[in-house]
Ligand binder design. Structure first.
Ligand code: AMP
Length: 201
């Protein structure tokens, strides 16, 4: 038996959370980091949109909520993520769009603890609100997302401020948050992300 390495298959585990208001670029950046670093991107927005597209029971339930820019109930998200995590070994994940409330963050902390998986990085992409609204409205021209319009974009910024900002504080208290400038070209932002994940907080 090779005794030079501790017998711990979890060594390869890597968990990164992307935080940032809607339109900050989480999805684009998380997708690139996941591809280049062999991580699984878990985008809860994409999963929910897929349910809507397939017309599942869950999709029918969440469609009106998402259309208004409100959040889907915590229990739905927590069980969705819990089930997903159980299928992964090792856990090499980028969360994009989760957790979005304090209750979700606390549930995720518990799940990772039970699994013996540390949370490595929480990256916060910062972009001024008016630029975020402009980005979302612009994205709406091609995205065909029912929530990519100015009215809903503003509602989503408010939801972020009220419900997700406490998540930032939650991880800040744990010393895990790295705040990054989210303006600039996709490549510039990606370079900041790479540097941050290589030197965790
Ligand atoms: P996103 O694609 O991340 O901007 O998410 C689009 C919409 O999906 C949000 O406005 C919410 O309605 C819903 N959603 C995505 N992730 C979550 C989450 N973690 N908690 C609650 N609702 C979510």
């Amino acid at each position: 038996m090779d005794n030079t390495r501790p017998e711990n298959t979890k060594l390869e585990n890597q968990v990164i959370i992307f935080l940032g208001a809607p339109g900050a670029g989480k999805g684009t950046q998380a997708a690139r980091l996941a591809t280049e670093h062999n991580l699984l991107q878990i985008s809860t927005g994409d999963i929910l949109r897929d349910h809507i597209a397939r017309g599942t029971e869950l999709g029918q339930r969440v469609e009106p909520i998402m259309k208004q820019g409100h959040l889907v109930p915590d229990d739905v998200l927590v069980s969705m993520i819990g089930e997903k995590l159980q299928t992964l070994e090792p856990v090499r994940v980028i969360f994009d769009g989760f957790p979005r409330t304090l209750a979700q963050a606390e549930a995720l902390d518990q799940m990772l603890l039970q699994n013996g998986t540390p949370l490595n990085s929480v990256l916060l992409l910062e972009v001024p609100t008016e630029e975020l609204i402009a980005r979302i409205v612009n994205r709406g021209i091609s995205s065909e997302r029912s929530d990519d319009n100015e009215t809903t974009a503003r509602a989503r910024q408010q939801v972020y401020h009220d419900l997700t900002q406490p998540v930032v504080e939650h991880y800040r208290k744990q010393g895990l948050v790295q705040a990054l400038e989210g303006r600039g070209s996709t490549n510039e932002v990606y370079a900041r992300i790479l540097e941050a994940v290589q030197t965790p907080a």
